[in-house]
Design a protein around this ligand. Structure first.
Ligand code: NAD
Length: 366
């Protein structure tokens, strides 16, 4: 599965060192080429964490021309459109974007830019590796799982209407085509990354047609991968199992909404939203962003943890063939975290976003 990135479990308790990642396919080789990458700083904490990550990438020597693009409320101010055609054109051309979070108004206002972007660019797979980064305080150790979330349909179809006053309907769209496509992605990912098991998460006992179709589609695709175990869990029980014993899971395959909710749950198992990355992948485009949102409660205060976006950027580096650089940055990040002197507040430290990025830059130069 060329170009699909992976971050996997560093040695327990130890420092991250380049090359330990036995799961990485050999075709990722570092190339010294100049990349053109769309940069969407977003809003809330987006610009702060994006600036921090850009600084680290440039310090590491990434040859890059950024194409900055506004989205959401900032884009409305500039052009009247939260998802401007110029942004979509830029990503369609560059094929790769680093994206900060974008706020979606609650209960009204414009529809989600994040959902719109994924649909418009056919970014059907949301890949979210969740593992214990050494020295990051967390409730569990030994977690090394990957969430594969369907990114284009389900209750995120945005199809809602009022039937009669006081009664509304939200349409949950599940198609065989999208379900088989995401299942194929999950099994291919599992096979090419040494993963042993794919667990389909659903609520097919209640939504017999919609989740039933998702589950049947997964089971159909699973027959083509006899080397990978396929099992299934009902979503509520899966959440309980994740909290009781998260190390039992390998690849989790979920429709859109459960994937969203379970991602935040899993982030809580390994140290919080400040440390979990994500990649939105289509057939030839990758948009890399953290799992977290715009965190308005801490925006503009230089306290956000840029690690989640930095790890997303490492997935991006792997995707564009800069694997060695990704390893070097991961080593620098691991060293700063294990030294423990410079940490953001969510990880029990007192350092700011900028200071944390500066420490990683200093570690890169050592
Ligand atoms: P959130 O993820 O922004 O924040 C949840 C909690 O985690 C907050 O307490 C926040 O302070 C903390 N947190 C998040 N990221 C952090 C970081 N990097 N460092 C330290 N702490 C961090 O979720 P929310 O508050 O529910 O959503 C805020 C907005 O973000 C909403 O408008 C939502 O729609 C949007 N959102 C956008 C994306 C995206 O752009 N992909 C994803 C999720 C949510």
């Amino acid at each position: 599965m060329a170009g699909v990135p992976s971050l996997s479990n560093p040695p327990e308790g130890g420092r991250y060192s380049p090359g330990h990642n036995a799961r990485a396919p050999a075709f990722w080789v570092s190339r010294s080429v100049k990349h053109t990458i769309t940069l969407i700083p977003g809003d809330g904490i987006g610009p702060e964490v994006t600036n921090a990550v850009v600084k680290v990438l440039e310090t590491a020597g990434l040859q890059v021309e950024w194409e900055p693009q506004a989205a959401g409320v900032l884009a409305i101010e500039q052009s009247g459109d939260p998802l401007p055609p110029a942004l979509l054109d830029s990503i369609a051309r560059t094929k790769v974007a680093l994206k900060g979070p974008v706020t979606t108004p609650v209960g009204g206002g414009f529809t989600s830019v994040n959902v719109g972007l994924r649909k418009a660019l056919g970014l059907y797979a949301n890949l979210r590796p969740v593992w214990n980064i050494p020295s990051v305080p967390s409730r569990y150790t030994g977690i090394d799982l990957v969430i594969v979330r369907e990114n284009t349909e389900d209750l995120y179809s945005g199809l809602e209407h009022e039937v009669v006053p006081g009664v509304v309907e939200s349409l949950k769209i599940i198609t065989e085509e999208a379900s088989e496509r995401i299942a194929t992605f999950a099994f291919e990912y599992a096979r090419s990354h040494g993963r042993k098991r794919v667990t389909a998460i659903h609520k097919a006992n209640i939504m017999k047609m919609a989740d039933g179709l998702f589950l049947k589609s997964v089971q159909k695709i699973a027959t083509r991968y006899p080397d990978i175990v396929c099992d299934e869990r009902i979503v509520d029980a899966a959440c309980m199992h994740l909290v009781m014993n998260p190390t039992q899971f390998d690849v989790l395959l979920l429709p859109n909404l459960y994937g969203d909710i379970v991602s935040d749950l899993c982030a809580g198992l390994v140290g919080g939203l400040g440390v979990v990355p994500a990649a939105n992948l289509g057939s030839d485009i990758g948009v890399f962003e953290a799992v977290h949102g715009s965190a308005p409660d801490i925006a503009g205060r230089n306290v956000a943890n840029p690690t989640a976006l930095l790890l997303s950027a490492l997935l991006m580096l792997q995707h564009i063939g800069e694997r060695a650089m990704a390893d070097r940055i991961m080593t620098a990040l691991g060293n700063v975290l294990s030294e423990g002197k410079v940490r953001t507040r969510d990880l029990g430290g007192a350092s700011g976003t900028r200071e944390f990025a500066d420490a990683i830059c200093a570690a890169l130069s050592r």
